[in-house]
Design a protein around this ligand. Sequence first.
Ligand code: ATP
Length: 888
Amino acid sequence: MPSWHAMKVEDVLRELGTSLQGLPVEEARRRLQVYGPNVIEEEKKVHPLEIFLRQFKSPLILLLIFASILSYAVGEAFDSIVILALVLASAALGFYQEYRAEKALEAIKKMVAPQATVLRGGEKVVVNASEVVPGDVLLLSAGDRVVADARIVESVNLRVNEAPLTGESTPVEKMVDPIPEDTPLPDRANMVYAGTVVVYGRGKAVVVATGKNTELGKISATLEAVEERETPLERELSRLSRWILVFMLVVAVVVSLVGFFVKKYSPIDLLLWIVSLAVAAVPEALPVVVTSSLALGVYRMAKKNAIVRRLPAVETLGSTTYICSDKTGTITKGEMTAVKVWMKDATIEVTGTGYEPTGKLLVGSKEVDPNGYEGLRLLLLAAFNNNDSEVRYQDGRWVTSGDGTEIALKVLALKAGVNAELPRLGEVPFSSERKRMSTLHELGGRRVVFTKGAPEVVVPLCRYISSMDGRVEELSEEAKRLVLAVNDELAGQGLRNIAIAYRYLDDGRSTITESDEKDLVLLGIVSMIDPPRPEVKDALETCKKAGIRVAMITGDHKLTAVAVARELGMLGEDDIVVTGKELDSMSDAELYEKVEKIRVYARVSPEHKLRIVEALKKRGHVVAMTGDGVNDAPALKAADVGVAMGRTGTEVAKEASDLVLADDNFATIVEAVKLGREIFENIKKFLVYLLSANVTELMLPLVSSVLGLPLPFTATQILWVNLVTDGPPAIALSLEKGEKDLIYRNPRKPGEPIFSKKEILLFLVAVPLVFTVLLTYAFSSLLSLGEPEAEARTAIFTSLVVAELAMAYAWRSLRKPSLTLSPLDNKPLVVSIILSVTLQLAFFASPYVMHVLEIHPVTINDIIYAALVTAAMFVSVEAFKYLLSKWK
Ligand code: ATP
């Protein structure tokens, strides 16, 4: 491979058959075919057949297959075939669930795939990192993860953290010029490498290697963080399944002993029976089923713009007690419009709304033409050129991209007819810490520095002030205070203010640094409005009722933030507002004392966010924190739920987060919390349904054996019951719409066991116990009425299935009477119940099926018993729910 770092840029471009405009779209597509996707390890796709075969991996299923072959060998061919068929049916069901989950997970992965910005045919496009090819021109800016090895062709203070590759965490400054061939990798200042992170500045680089050919690909075949698939929930469920397995062993021992010695059943029959019971009653597939419903829930959330990056986050999300949210673009629309320009000797009103540059600049009622006013013209030139946003007229409409503040400034300049592009020679980029940015341009044969930023930051850097016509005077300290007072007044009206200043640099330099941001001439302050998103008010209301507190964290001026918070009704009587500076002077102990009262944090930097998260967590809160920049990443990681902005967020922020908001909207966080609770509650519902059925299936034969009764169901019958309980009704329960008041209950404590002791006692012990008592009583009384064994069993079997289905309906809510829920809300459930009951009854019409399931024609007695048991179980479930609600 050529030594890219030792070559001149032209040579690099020639060698790679590309240009500074990037590859043509067609060529990029062709190269993707040739070089393959830019990934270090190819995504392993699970073949559906593999998922199907996985269903037979369980030792219990294998044992069952073995037992049924054995029973075939000793002459019970029919039974064994039926059993195999039922096993196949439940494997099909398991396959369906897993396959669906796999698809949902795949879709989620696609949504969170890393992206990169490249030039293709001169146009800036965002593509999936996997589609980047050698010859592509990467556009790099702070917060990007470099996705391939590339040679720098442009650097504006580009600084890269190369720790993932070199272990060195101090950012490295990048430049364009060739360097000696023997320069070791960590010192190659004109190269960037896959896996490293841009922390400052911006730049362009030509991709020289992708995928396995990158330095990273060479040293590690598996960088991609191993995704933790096992959630705390799954772990807990595995434990629960193990308990049931132990119970199963007890039942197996008792039933075999009684069956063999007292009832004289054949050992093979007993084996087949016990293994069938084990397959039916041991919920070993539970973790998979739960993952499946989590994945589907996550998929549903994604449709509502909330993209969950890690499955366990769903659970934490539902437990959130504190949301710390950025203001600009999240609580507010972020679509800014400049409405006022304050200058030393005039205040200019700006008309027109939105991003369309139609409007006027008025002083009083008179329109002003910047051509007559040098100061105003410079201000507008600065607004236009000290600017990285794009505002273009395209296909009959105005399209914009970039930061809302900058778009507003560009639109302002365009409204006044100022659109002269001055070549940019140098710059000191914007960062949330600096709260300002400067650019160096050529203007009328001179070099000029434009600086814009937060007024409290820019005004102190000024030494002069310009009036509208361009006359420059000294700016005294007293005058600075007056300007900042004006700024406060504007901020108090909820306006977001940007000060603009300039300075001629006549020493012919073509670069600038932070030290040049001094002795500036203040031109004026541009005030813009950024209205709150209309849906935020309702979302805040919901939070209040849901026991979730909200804090606003913003880099904006205190008074602007307060005005927005007031408008939204966020600020209560006791609430306090704190600035970054005040936060700096607070000790951790002091912050811990006050943190729950602080509703607004203003003029803070990303570093402050980490302290806020830590203080809140210490207070026992489950904290969701939003962020978008590279420096937000530590706070996002530290938060229980890191929330990144999908549109304006950097790759690094997204990587550090659990949740990505596709629409950057605060209301979406609240929606996600709501859905998180709903998904969790639904999982509980079908777990209660499934587990209480399993426990009953185990208790029933145990009690019968102990009482000396025959076994209450046959092997085939129990496998069928299992299909009914594990099958469509259970899946349908996981689709239950959330109960409306779910969000208004207090958040679940994280790490709390999924079922409380009371719930276990009432739902997983008492319900099965009542069911067992009823069925055993029915069984023994039918037998004592003289019904033959097989017929009494038919009655029990029918009762078991029908009552289970009725309970599926009752478990639609774990708290409310199911009859108070709107009856047809969960159509899949209703349909699956009706289908199952119909099927169960249809069995009696076919002598063949009756033979298969070993059932007999039902008598009127059987029907009465089944109806009574079903009604009784339905009522019991409701009664236990009521008991739970009263049990304090
Ligand atoms: P939030 O933290 O709620 O998103 P924010 O956008 O104000 O609010 P930052 O992006 O950290 O937060 O910006 C901090 C301050 O820097 C802003 O209040 C503004 O005064 C100034 N600022 C914002 N964008 C620019 C920019 N592109 N150029 C110069 N200054 C800017």
